[in-house]
Design a binder for this molecule. Structure first.
Ligand code: NI
Length: 261
């Protein structure tokens, strides 16, 4: 089975000290490529280092997560400078977006929207896909994507409804949903409906490691070697053959990030 993990965080303090073991286990499970996603300016260094150490395996997605939206202008300018300086190494801009889960303070929401739009425009300028984090912000995220129309959008760890997915599918963009461990949870009704409704052609497999480990590892550290559990869950929801689906998901993941040979 060939597998791709389009969204993880090997730079995270939980994984980074044991990253060699994690990569060994991932490769043994069939994982061919992983995409480390940035969240802060500080995260860029380790992500780029990992790509240098594992050039054909670790890929880099750099961007500033909405939880860092309150940083000052100099912080964002430096982030964009580093992104542009490393343009030849970057597969996408991410993870960027909106997160209203912990605070809906109007000033903070405004800052999140401003930095999200700014980074979407940067991705358009650099002709890169975007990886979007959207939590409790479905409509505002959709509004910004609808207004900016970036070329390629991965809504990572998709948590929206079928109705929201349908709205995205109407737009003239290459739209994908990132599907990870949540689809293996017994009570995760909405994502299961979304998987059944959408074509498998728009699904990207991801872990969000070290977060959101699939059943039966729920609550433990997540890692890319668990992706087969996610593919099995998708295959059973779509009544498809696991091996065939795995190869399809692998190829379209490579295609989305422009890595197909
Ligand atoms: Ni993430």
């Amino acid at each position: 089975m060939r597998i791709i993990d389009t969204h993880c965080h090997y730079n995270d303090d939980q994984i980074y000290p044991i990253v060699d073991e994690v990569i060994t286990r991932a490769k043994a499970a069939g994982v061919q490529a992983i995409f480390n996603n940035g969240d802060s300016l500080a995260s860029f260094t380790r992500i780029l280092e990992l790509q240098e150490k594992y050039p054909d395996f670790c890929h880099s997605v750099l961007g500033i997560h909405p939880e860092h939206a309150a940083h000052d202008q100099a912080y964002f300018e430096e982030s964009y400078r580093q992104i542009k300086n490393n343009i030849d190494k970057i597969s996408a801009i991410g993870e960027i977006g909106l997160d209203y889960h912990y605070s809906k303070d109007p000033e903070y929401v405004q800052a999140q929207k401003f930095r999200f739009i700014e980074q979407v425009r940067l991705a358009k300028e650099l002709h890169l896909p975007i990886v979007v984090h959207s939590r409790d912000a479905d409509f505002d995220t959709l509004d910004i994507i609808r207004q900016e129309l970036p070329e390629k959008v991965d809504l990572h760890c998709y948590s929206g409804s079928v109705e929201i997915a349908r709205e995205y599918l109407k737009l003239p963009i290459d739209f994908r949903i990132g599907v990870g461990g949540v689809c293996t949870f017994k009570n995760a009704r909405v994502i299961k409906e979304v998987i059944q409704y959408c074509s498998e052609k728009i699904i990207l497999t991801e872990t969000d490691a070290p977060y959101l480990a699939p059943t039966p590892h729920r609550g433990q550290m997540n890692e890319s070697s668990y992706i087969p559990l996610i593919i099995e869950a998708i295959a059973s929801l779509k009544m498809m053959d696991v091996e065939e689906l795995a190869e399809k998901l692998y190829q379209q993941g490579l295609d989305f990030y422009g890595l197909s040979k």
